[in-house]
Design a protein around this ligand. Sequence first.
Ligand code: NI
Length: 248
Amino acid sequence: MRLDLMTWPAVADYLQTSTGIMVPIGSTEQHGPTGLIGTDALCAEAVAFRAGEIAGALVAPTLNIGMAQHHMGFAGTITLRPSTLIALVDDVVSSLVEHGFRRILFVNGHGGNVATLGAAFAECFATGRLAWGKEAPDLRLKQLNWYDMRRVREFSASHYGRSEGQHATPSEIALTQALFPETADHRVLDPQVADFSAFHDWRDYRRRHPDGRMGSDPSLARPEHGADLIELAAQGMATAYNAFVSEE
Ligand code: NI
């Protein structure tokens, strides 16, 4: 169930039965010469919407701009600084907590968000402690990457092997092809499988990874793979959500 397509009385009714909600979070950043700028947000959103259907859970609007400083060497990337993302997440969580939500699962589509999201959770707990002390609500926050779901990893290993890589992966590109088939670009790039090496800032990233990819061959992506990946990721996410909201 999408929060943005519900009325306030419907949300109030939902809160009588559950205090859980999923929040998709992605990024707006380059994904190589053939991948969409919105890939990480589009993937997180599609997986969260489907997981919400499976689990009967509410899904908040997608936080579609994340921490993408290292992709700023490429046109179209938009980034928040870490402190802004922490403040954004704190405000979103505080609003949800005020209405009665207590179990908030962030469905993440971007590895660059992970560290900052963890820091944001610490900030949220500090906000609650400083505002309410020992009366602070029993709030629980969790983040899961859709691409880390076990059956997603198995699918990408069997279909793409080492060509999955780390950025502009055939898995995430396939997922956007399933959502927007008219955007699919199956060009084989040069080199076919991009190099992988660690990097420092955004200039060093561009120097080491001139076309934006890291270790991947996105030409292997197919829309039908993407449809399978959405379902596999959503099933794993729904199972994890159900465990999260019912844990002691
Ligand atoms: Ni990505």
